[in-house]
Design a binder for this molecule. Structure first.
Ligand code: GTP
Length: 324
């Protein structure tokens, strides 16, 4: 039994207006909710149960994922009526796991090709308390910069700072021993990045760095979210959850595309209609949206059921989303 927790309770403020009605992890990426890519990744790495730690718009997850049978993995839901922060969420969700071994924790907004099974083996081999997946970025200022020694023992955890001492960052997937999770105070708001990790280092805990430089993307802002879809559609990143594509785009069942419309690197939601002569490139068109004739859209998000009048030309825009 290998167990995982997926942190999906954040407000996703950087992705507004997309997240006014939809939690960030349920936003469509390459035609399926982002969370589905992570759940399938966990299953492919041999995980058999996963608890979704939900809070903001918690009620939107279960109708889609159910008990997980459709996805080949057991799924349960730990709902926080008040958000408990990343640490509090982990503690709360762990009580719903049936396994008692190490637990993989995923941030709900990271698309990565890192070797999760190897991270778990590395954790077990080192008899670690926590094993952090690290990747290297050109500019670490917006991330947690993590320092470690020749033996891969983590020596310092620096959360978001102006002059980070290293470009190796916390890439948002951890393995925790069960004892460490149980030591997090219950029902309290706790940040794993600001409190748990620095506290563990202070106490001399065995915190290890697992380095993997394969594809990594934080989908937390609109341009990154769009990039995730493009990379999955183009094959620059692989996910077993990406649906079957036609010509590098995903056209959901029930969408109707005029014969003279040109669609490239885009996702067209179910029941959407695309008018004649429209040119759609690198866009996410929501379910039931109606895009008129001769519309030209590049890098746009179109909301579910929105209407884009004929002749509209737009680039990098959000069309049809609520204002708050
Ligand atoms: P921003 O508001 O745009 O920063 O996004 P966010 O709310 O998702 O916050 P952030 O990116 O810092 O969160 C990292 C991960 O932890 C995301 O997957 C969040 O869904 C999740 N998360 C953050 N806070 C909580 C919380 O209080 N409870 C739970 N269950 N998950 C959380």
């Amino acid at each position: 039994m290998s167990s995982a927790i997926l942190l999906v309770g954040g407000m996703g403020t950087r992705l507004q207006p997309l997240t006014f009605n939809t939690p960030k992890p349920m936003l469509s990426v390459a035609g399926v909710p982002f969370t589905e890519h992570q759940i399938i990744k966990a299953r492919e790495a041999g995980f058999t149960e996963i608890v979704l730690a939900t809070s903001f718009k918690a009620e939107l997850f279960e109708p889609y994922f159910g008990d997980g049978e459709r996805f080949g993995i057991s799924i349960r839901y730990a709902v926080e009526s008040v958000p408990l922060g990343t640490g509090g969420a982990i503690r709360n969700a762990a009580s719903m796991l049936t396994g008692s071994g190490p637990v993989a924790i995923f941030n709900g907004d990271v698309l990565s090709a890192h070797d999760l099974a190897a991270q778990l083996s590395f954790h077990v081999k080192n008899q670690a308390d926590v094993t952090l997946y690290l990747t290297e970025v050109p500019d670490a200022r917006a991330f947690g910069a993590v320092e470690f020694g020749d033996d891969f023992r983590v020596t310092a955890f620096n959360e978001k700072m102006e002059n980070p001492p290293t470009n190796m960052i916390n890439a948002g997937c951890y393995i925790f021993s069960r004892e460490v999770i149980d030591s997090i105070p219950a029902q309290q708001v706790i940040s794993v990045e600001r409190e748990t990790f620095p506290g563990l280092l202070n106490d001399g805990a065995r915190v290890f760095a697992f380095i993997d430089r394969n594809y990594w993307l934080d989908i937390g802002n609109p341009s990154a979210l769009m990039k995730a879809t493009r990379d999955l559609l183009s094959g620059a990143m692989y996910s077993a959850a990406t649906p079957v594509l036609s010509d590098g785009s995903f056209i959901a069942a029930g969408a109707s595309i005029a014969a003279t419309a040109k669609i490239t690197s885009s996702v067209i939601g179910s029941g959407a209609q695309i008018g004649s002569g429209a040119v759609i490139e690198g866009c996410l068109i929501g379910a039931g949206a109606r895009v008129g004739q001769e519309v030209v859209l590049t890098d746009c998000f179109v909301a579910d059921s929105a209407q884009v009048e004929s002749g509209v030309i737009a680039g990098g825009s959000f069309l049809g989303f609520p204002l708050k």
